[in-house]
Design a protein around this ligand. Structure first.
Ligand code: NAP
Length: 259
């Protein structure tokens, strides 16, 4: 299917690897030029070179912490009049309800709620003026099925989801759509780290933890960054203009939610 977005420009936050990279790859495959972002410059530049070589599109890497105002200013300067925004950042650490103080919550809110809101506030006016735009926020399955040990993530993502619910409906009339993609477990470094933590806590190997987790997923496996990226690219396509303010779960059927 021709996604109809060749020649457009996208900003993909937190995209040197994992799900962000999957989205960047799929958009580049549809002919979209990219501004890529991550904190670590070396991995980011390598990813940018690989994507540019594979897809023949312009890819500008911006090494910056997207959770800070200064980092976002650098990304936004490179973004210019971007047509597509994919919001993403690292996820907060796991823990128990009594582990976290105000500062921990502020950090999680900065990363997984306030940073994407700031990016939207900066780029939506231009998209609306031009009459076309796409925003995809990478959130989490925890929005629909909160995860016990991820209280910080559950809290911050719920806040972003609430903001998007209203905002998506306020901007849809200008040709701009905002939707959230909710990953269940995907085979990225983040998943490896979470499996490692669970293994330590349960006295198991990471492989045992992974196998047990796969047993809880009807699809019988972890998701891939490629298939996640393809879903993102579709939401950014010209075919998705009637999909507004949705929370779309990609979890292999793990959360037993039918509505
Ligand atoms: P990942 O493989 O660890 O990749 C994270 C990417 O984000 C890296 O490129 C990293 O590069 C960049 N990054 C992290 N913090 C950043 C910051 N402050 N500013 C700019 N870039 C930053 O993670 P992932 O698995 O793709 O996860 C992406 C998001 O989806 C996370 O919020 C995660 O919680 C959520 N999620 C993932 C899963 C899963 O199974 N993978 C499930 C549910 C939710 P640098 O470190 O160099 O900055």
């Amino acid at each position: 299917m021709d996604l109809g977005i060749a020649g457009k420009k996208a900003v993909v936050c937190a995209s040197s690897k994992g799900l962000g990279r999957g989205c960047a790859e799929a958009l580049a495959g549809a002919g979209v030029s990219l501004v890529l972002n991550a904190r670590g410059a070396e991995a980011l530049e390598a990813t940018a070179e690989e994507i540019a070589a594979a897809h023949g599109v312009e890819v500008v890497p911006v090494a910056a912490d997207i959770t800070t105002e200064a980092g976002r200013a650098k990304v936004l300067e490179a973004a210019g009049a971007a047509d597509i925004l994919v919001n993403n950042a690292g996820g907060p650490p796991p823990g128990m309800w009594y582990d976290w103080e105000r500062e921990d919550f502020i950090k999680a809110l900065d990363a997984n709620m306030l940073a994407p809101i700031a990016m939207m506030k900066a780029l939506l006016p231009g998209m609306m003026e031009r009459g076309w735009g796409r925003v995809v926020n990478i959130t989490s399955v925890s929005v629909k099925a909160p995860i016990g040990v991820l209280g910080l993530s559950n809290s911050a993502r719920a806040g972003l989801t609430g903001y998007v619910a209203g905002t998506a409906r306020q901007v849809a009339g200008s040709g701009v759509t905002i939707n959230n993609l909710l990953p269940g477990i995907h085979a990225t470094d983040r998943a490896v780290a979470l499996d490692g933590n669970a293994a330590k806590a349960q006295g198991l190997t990471p492989e045992e933890v992974r196998a047990a987790r796969c047993d809880t997923i009807p699809a019988g496996r972890y998701g891939t960054a490629d298939e996640f990226g393809a879903a993102c690219a579709f939401l950014c396509s010209r075919h998705s203009g009637f999909i507004v303010g949705q929370n779309i779960l990609l979890d292999g059927g793990a959360a037993n939610i039918s509505m």
